[in-house]
Design a binder for this molecule. Sequence first.
Ligand code: 1GP
Length: 249
Amino acid sequence: MQIFSEWQTKKAQGKKSLAVLIDPDKASEAHLKALCKKANDGEIDYFFVGGSLLTTNRLDLIVSYLKINSEIPVILFPGNTMQVNLKADGILLLSLISGRNADLLIGKHVEVAPLLAKSALEIISTGYMLIESGKSTSVSYISGTLPIPRDKPEIALSTALAGNMLGLKCNYLEAGSGAHYSVPEKMINALKEKIDAPLIVGGGIRDTKTAKSILDAGADIIVVGTKIEKDNSFITALAKIVHTEKTSA
Ligand code: 1GP
């Protein structure tokens, strides 16, 4: 099944998913091996691969390894136009709608569109929103944009609605990697109540309690990176929560 239609089907069934974010600069082979095992055991639903800034040339190596050794979709989560790899299954074509940097709203997309059009990658257009998270994050600094204030769910909702009216297929609330505070539940809930598009939430999820409240508030897919880089046993604990919600929903 195509990735996005799987997201829609799962959402309709009240099923939740766990995406693990892999930063190509940081992932060792041992780490990737452990992640693939967990993916093949059903603990991880999707791999997201990318980062705000890559300082090595390992993207192709990482995507190839994941494709050979795991059975789950590998989805590019590109920080810039250099992070396109045709061996992946899909790409989140991010439009940074919380910001007013024209390059990240449409400019970079123009540069990669001809390549993407010729590829077999599934293109998932995504309304990407940075949410203020207690500290300046790489994504905010690199994108040169201000995040949405965390106490303004109505701004996030209006932004997501506008993005979806413009044709973006899903929404991503991003606190930023290593965020002090994850995305507020009230904001997640505001989007869940009014928008049918699949909702992805990530940034600063370091414990199962936070993961559960984000899922309960209405996230369909949670994305976890930093904590798993340090402790991949966290995946098993997270998977129990994410996939229990599946059966209880
Ligand atoms: C994905 O940026 C996040 O949305 C990942 O954040 O590294 O804090 O888990 P962490």
